[in-house]
Design a protein around this ligand. Structure first.
Ligand SMILES: Cc1cc2nc3c(=O)[nH]c(=O)nc-3n(C[C@H](O)[C@H](O)[C@H](O)COP(=O)(O)O)c2cc1C
Length: 340
């Protein structure tokens, strides 16, 4: 583990997108050689952190869930690292965000790390290899852990037709995933957040719910989560939560990155430590609005085991990490699983 922690720190001196790719490919090579466990040690405990796991599995409609810690969307956009990430001990991985057609995303540089305040600014814009490539990866994965797929729309699909992109991705990945996340909260695709406006979201949820019903007949029931923006005001939060209940959506992911920052690198969403407070406030607000029965997956600024615990006590059922993993490496997974 010490060697991996050293490598994680060293990689921070390289450009962010390059080091991200080196780190994940490095882990994958060690995993494929069968020696990753010698580097991370056997100390990653698979002990589940939940007293009554079967209640949680039932509430979330995820019978395979083994613990409450997972990787957030965007870390493995194309499902290329599922097996090696699963081997670190997490209970679930959300892959994507995927779009129907492959797309390059915004111009580089588009990821910036700030080591001082442990934050990441990104304006990637759904760079991904398209849904067909992702399906191939999902089909050939070896791990049996819970896999969520984050669904998006191509940058050049107008909002009036966005529902078609979500449905196309949903149809293709449904059979091979355990839950679906509808991403209407990324700040890096022009106009995407407008999909969370009341009238627009209502229509989208009707389409998604109908598609879920028909796919469930063939492939069984897979829950659908809506990923919220931390920049919603209280009116927006209430509208979205009302619609989620009205249309029997299965849960919420709280939250995506925030545009409330003055980072010198310009536009984009901020994640990591500075997001923790805001995303936890939105989590508490969402929990109040929807009551205790609806599942919430927390995302935003979890950098250590204490942060994980605070998300749970603030109303989360599951907790995702992304930036914390970039700064701390696999040690963060071990710390959370062993201390909770
Ligand atoms: C580089 C980067 C890429 C991301 N890509 C996606 C994405 O494709 N889809 C998505 O829903 N969220 C994406 N996110 C947001 C994360 O899933 C997560 O919600 C957010 O970073 C907050 O968690 P954190 O503070 O633990 O990083 C991305 C975040 C980062 C830093």
């Amino acid at each position: 583990m010490k060697l991996i922690s050293f490598a994680t720190k060293f990689l921070h001196y390289l450009p962010s997108e390059l080091s991200h790719s080196i780190a994940l490919n490095g882990l994958k090579i060690l995993y494929n050689l069968g020696i990753l466990r010698y580097f991370i040690g056997n100390q990653v405990s698979l002990k589940n952190d939940v007293n009554n796991l079967s209640n949680l599995q039932e509430k979330l409609k995820m019978p395979k869930l083994s613990n409450r810690l997972g990787f957030a969307a965007g870390l493995d956009k194309n499902g290329e690292y599922i097996d090696c990430l699963a081997s670190l001990g997490v209970g679930f991985i959300e892959v994507g965000t995927v779009t129907p057609r492959p797309q390059k995303g915004n111009a580089k540089p588009r990821i910036f790390r700030n080591r001082k305040d442990k934050s990441i600014l990104n304006r990637l814009g759904f760079n991904n290899k398209g849904v067909d490539k992702l399906v191939k990866r999902l089909k050939t994965r070896k791990t049996n852990i819970v896999i969520g797929v984050s669904l998006g729309k191509n940058f050049d699909t107008p909002n009036e037709l966005a529902y078609k992109d979500y449905l196309e991705c949903m149809e293709k990945v449904y059979e091979f995933s355990d839950y679906l996340a509808v991403n209407i909260s990324s700040p890096n695709t022009k106009g995407l957040r407008a999909l969370s406006e009341k009238a627009v979201l209502g229509k989208l949820l009707i389409e998604i719910k109908n598609k879920q019903r028909s796919l469930a007949n063939t492939f069984g029931y897979k829950p659908i989560f809506i990923k919220l923006s931390p920049d919603e005001d209280s009116r927006g939060m209430k509208d979205i939560c009302d619609l989620i209940q009205e249309h029997n959506i299965d849960g919420i992911i709280s939250t995506n990155t925030t545009i409330q920052h003055e980072d010198e690198k310009g536009r984009g969403g901020i994640s990591g430590s500075p997001l923790f407070k805001l995303s936890t406030e939105k989590l508490i607000e969402a929990r109040k609005l929807i009551g205790s029965d609806l599942p919430i997956i927390a995302s935003g600024g979890v950098m250590n085991a204490q942060d994980f615990y605070e998300k749970i006590t603030s109303g989360a059922d599951l907790v995702q990490i992304y930036s914390g993993f970039i700064f701390e490496g696999p040690k963060l997974v071990k710390d959370v699983l062993n201390k909770n």
